[in-house]
Design a protein around this ligand. Structure first.
Ligand SMILES: [Zn+2]
Length: 108
């Protein structure tokens, strides 16, 4: 299963999060991407966002079978960068810095 497409978020279904696929409708998908600040980015049909980006009011009542569905016109609003707005930009996570090679001393 893919992980969350949000910048700086590494949640996935294997960690127990509910994953929501991006809407198929191009207008709504665009809105999601704008919220994700990834509107220049091309998602695939396997692009997911995890549940933490949706406010509790965006969810329909939990069904009898325990599944949780979003309301039809929901857009994700909760992103970690929203609290960083205007402040120093966080370096993109997800891509770990390449560790410097440590050469064994004495073998040069
Ligand atoms: Zn996420």
């Amino acid at each position: 299963m893919p992980g969350c497409a949000s910048v700086g978020c590494s949640n996935s279904s294997t960690k127990g999060f509910v994953m929501k696929r991006l809407p198929r409708d191009s207008e709504r998908r665009k809105q999601w991407l704008v919220k994700m600040k990834r509107d220049k980015w091309k998602p695939t049909d396997n692009t997911y966002l995890c549940e933490v980006h949706f406010a509790s009011a965006m969810w329909q009542k939990t069904r009898v079978d325990g599944t949780r569905k979003l309301k039809s016109n929901t857009v994700p609003t909760i992103f970690s960068f929203s609290s960083l707005e205007g402040k120093k930009r966080k370096a993109p996570t997800g891509r770990a810095p390449i560790p410097k090679l440590v050469l064994p001393v004495g073998q040069l």
